[in-house]
Design a protein around this ligand. Structure first.
Ligand SMILES: [Zn+2]
Length: 159
């Protein structure tokens, strides 16, 4: 062990430490099944090596929760405003995913993936409007992720 390393260090990353300005914020669901795929998509698919991330159940759905979960929306908007203002965020990337447990949990009555997707797609449009209302100059990009038959995850842009 090198002399400059304290004896209690358990691990050291290979990824380079960066201090530069970050212009992208990813808002996504915290579902463990998608985390590695989201990292790969943002880094390789969007060529965005550095980004802030707000990961919580349902991802950006918190922006629409005022009527039934007002504290969630309040806290989420506060975190969002902090990140955008203090980190000079220029682009927000919202990622929804197939069979989201948060949406499943909110649903009343029988749930199917097409029904959930339909609701998520409608919500993504409302989320864009909410983000544009909060931050008129920011660019918002929407994506929907789902596993494919090859056992990987594919990301589609939502217009
Ligand atoms: Zn989810």
């Amino acid at each position: 062990m090198p002399a400059d390393k304290p004896p209690d260090v358990k691990f050291e990353t290979t990824h380079a430490w960066r201090e530069e300005h970050v212009e992208n914020l990813v808002i996504c669901c915290s579902d463990h099944r998608y985390q590695a795929h989201i990292d790969e998509f943002v880094r390789k698919g969007l060529k965005c090596d550095d980004f802030d991330r707000l990961a919580l159940p349902g991802g950006p759905h918190f922006l629409l929760a005022a009527s039934y979960l007002p504290k969630f929306e309040w806290a989420g908007r506060r975190w969002l405003r902090f990140l955008v203002q203090h980190h000079d965020i220029e682009r927000i990337i919202c990622i929804a995913h197939e069979d989201c447990g948060w949406y499943r949990n909110l649903a009343i009555g029988p749930v199917t993936i097409p029904l959930l997707k339909n609701r998520q797609m409608g919500d993504l449009q409302k989320i864009t409007a909410a983000l544009k209302d909060m931050f008129p100059d920011i660019r918002v990009h929407l994506y929907y992720a789902r596993p494919n038959p090859k056992g990987h995850v594919e990301f589609s842009e939502v217009a």
